[in-house]
Design a protein around this ligand. Structure first.
Ligand code: SAM
Length: 249
């Protein structure tokens, strides 16, 4: 049988495609891409003549079966997303799972990932970290999620879009406290790459008042809760727990 290659592509700078990724994209017969039109220039650049099929949230289930069948018949398939590493806040989970369940070989061709690129330059503790992907879009859900993370001692990593970056930073400053360390990594590997390391309050203020800082793509990193922060959140948690248990029969 053939196999599945999970191939990372650049997050902005096309030169970040690895030599092995280019080679695999040329060698396979089928490329499953999140958006085939978006990936066309990259595939042209590496000289790949593979057929492309769209694999996104809405057709992943049915597309999976067809792709697994093609691999069973001997074809090699590459999975790519619009940017960075597939499955990291991107489609592909079902396909990888289905391929593994079918006993097919699944190999990574590692490369760019915005979360890891941001972590590597943030200057926040990187020995232990938590990737949270995108926060819920609605304010209530977002604040609730942040609340659940308030006592987390590991470095937190979030993805955010230009539409919500200002609101999200304001909520983070409110829930985690304005003094908590933050890093905003914008447009990594691109022309307007900017990395701002400031307390969350200052960061939220800067982004609220400077429209240029709201353009592009963002990774937000937040230092873990320490000392007083963690104590305050733990005390609050114990208080809530005590109230709840006192009300139980
Ligand atoms: N699979 C991708 C990866 O490996 O990083 C992530 C895909 S996710 C749909 C897109 C989000 O990743 C953006 O909204 C942004 O939060 C982050 N991102 C992608 N490229 C970025 C870049 N060049 N600079 C900063 N953040 C980026």
């Amino acid at each position: 049988p053939g196999q599945l290659w999970v191939v990372a592509t650049p997050i902005g700078n096309l030169d970040d495609l690895t030599l092995r990724a280019a080679e695999v994209l040329r060698r396979v017969t089928v490329i499953a891409a999140e958006d085939t039109r978006h990936s066309a220039p990259l595939l042209a650049r590496v000289g790949s003549a593979a057929a492309t099929v769209a694999l996104h949230e809405y057709n992943e289930r049915e597309q999976c079966e067809r792709l697994v069948e093609r691999m069973r018949q001997g074809e090699d398939v590459a999975l790519i997303s619009d940017a960075g590493t597939p499955l990291v806040s991107d489609p592909g989970f079902r396909l990888v799972r289905a391929a593994r369940a079918a006993g097919l070989v699944v190999s990574p061709v590692p490369g760019a990932c915005a979360a890891i690129a941001a972590l590597s330059v943030a200057g926040l503790p990187s020995d232990r970290f938590v990737f949270e992907g995108f926060l819920p879009a609605k304010p209530a859900g977002r604040r609730e999620r942040l609340q659940l993370l308030a006592a987390e001692t590991r470095t937190l990593i979030f993805y955010e879009s230009s539409h919500r970056i200002a609101e999200s930073l304001a909520d983070m400053a409110a829930v985690f406290g304005p003094a908590r360390e933050g890093v905003l990594a914008r447009e990594l590997t691109k022309r307007f790459e900017t990395i701002l390391a400031e307390p969350l309050g200052a960061l939220a203020e800067r982004v609220a008042t400077d429209a240029d800082q709201r353009r592009g793509e963002f990774v937000v990193l937040v230092g873990g809760a320490h000392g007083e922060d963690a104590d305050r959140v733990l005390a609050e948690g114990r208080r809530v727990f005590a109230t709840l248990t006192s009300e139980l029969p």
